[in-house]
Write a protein that binds this ligand. Structure first.
Ligand code: 25A
Ligand code: L14
Length: 334
């Protein structure tokens, strides 16, 4: 791979900083690196490969001479700036939800649908964090036994909501431990020592009663797996975890799969680790997955209420496989 001129838009955010770490860790061939963020971060310095780089203000002309831009600065920012980057011949890998369901834009998980990237017209979308870790596991089961329906509940970490949300979790936890009333500004109600069935933290719910995060899991799963016939329902919940999304997933298949067959299929799935031994109380948790590149699966068992369904627990780092790592993997495919 020849060296690329790379830009990161939203470089100062929780995902942007992980993007720098992953580019460095995977030895991505970076010829030059441009760090972009909002005016309030301009001039701030971030370190890449031991070198300090000053953050610049994201602008329409930021992408001249840039080959690949990784975006993670929110949906509105991507909507506005990704087209300017594409017009200047730069390929955008966008972590926001802005372009994901656009029929012209590939939505890619490299382990699942790498070939989809070939049709890109300058923008490639990185899927929703909860969806990525789930489809990574669904794909081999679908190939073996045809999935007909998925019922998922998520337990999502606060880091998905950004750095200010993490500050709020920390401040609320300290307040509660000191016996003081916790202050809420980002989340709709207290997140410390609580669970909130609303993601994102504002304007979440639509007319059918689902949240937009839940509908992302429904729609993006079908698009990535290239099969509109898979029925999906989701309940997405914020829990007071720093990093790592967990999911309880029930999967119905046309052909029955035993728990042993599922373990065997997942043992050979790329970047999936089966961590499942009930006799030794072994299963993955968010703390096990945080900081890791793999997606972990445990609690695999046959659903006693259904003739051909499997229950399992899927955990991955929402900032890595859920965001920064998947985006860098897409850039590597390019
Ligand atoms: O809901 P969305 O739109 O899909 O947004 C998804 C994510 O985008 C970020 C935030 O993640 C969120 O989870 N974001 C969106 N709107 C934001 C806003 N109004 C916002 N962040 C701050 N304010 P994040 O906090 O991890 O930030 C992700 C990156 O996006 C950059 N960014 C935001 N708006 C941008 C932009 N870049 C270019 N143009 C824009 N219009 C953002 O850069 C970050 O890199 P930044 O300079 O805005 O934030 C750097 C640091 O500033 C601190 N901070 C946050 N809020 C405040 C603040 N400082 C002072 N006052 C604040 N109100 C944070 O610590 C952050 O690290
Ligand atoms: O669509 O945990 O990628 O707040 C990323 C952040 C979904 C919500 C996305 C969160 C969003 C998620």
């Amino acid at each position: 791979m020849s060296s690329k001129h790379v830009a990161v838009a939203g470089a100062t955010g929780v995902v942007g900083q992980q993007m720098l770490r992953v580019l460095e860790d995977r030895d991505f061939p970076v010829a030059s690196l441009k760090l972009l963020a909002s005016p309030r971060s301009a001039g701030r310095k971030l370190t890449f490969r031991g070198e300090e780089i000053a953050v610049e203000v994201l602008a329409e002309d930021s992408f001249k001479g840039v080959d690949v831009a990784l975006f993670s600065a929110g949906g509105g920012t991507s909507q506005t700036f990704a087209p300017f980057a594409a017009k200047d011949g730069c390929v955008v890998v966008d972590n926001s939800s802005a372009w994901r369901m656009d029929p012209e834009v590939p939505l890619v998980v490299p382990e699942v649908n790498p070939d989809a990237i070939k049709t890109h017209k300058g923008i490639i979308a990185n899927p929703n964090c909860s969806t990525i870790q789930m489809v990574q596991v669904l794909q081999p089961l679908h190939a073996a036994a045809t999935i007909t329906r998925v019922v998922v509940s998520t337990y999502q970490a606060v880091s998905g909501a950004g750095s200010e949300a993490l500050n709020e979790l920390r401040a609320q936890t300290e307040s509660v431990l000191k016996g003081e009333a916790p202050a809420c500004s980002i989340f709709p109600t207290q997140i410390a020592f609580n669970c909130i069935p609303q993601i994102p933290h504002s304007n979440a719910f639509i007319d059918n009663g689902y949240s937009t995060e839940e509908m992302k899991m429904v729609n993006e799963t079908k698009k990535i797996m290239g099969d509109d016939s898979i029925r999906v329902t989701a309940t997405t919940v914020r829990v007071p975890v720093h990093t790592g999304h967990s999911e309880s997933v029930n999967i119905e298949t046309k052909t029955k799969l035993t728990a042993a067959q599922v373990r065997e299929l997942l043992a050979t799935a790329q970047n999936v680790v089966v961590m499942d031994d009930p006799s030794k109380d072994i299963f993955p948790t968010a703390i096990d997955a945080a900081g890791k590149y793999d997606t972990y699966v445990g609690r695999i068992r046959e659903d006693i209420s259904h003739p051909s369904a499997i229950d399992m627990w899927i955990v991955s780092d929402n900032l890595l496989k859920g965001a920064a790592l998947n985006a860098v993997q897409i850039a590597e495919l390019l």
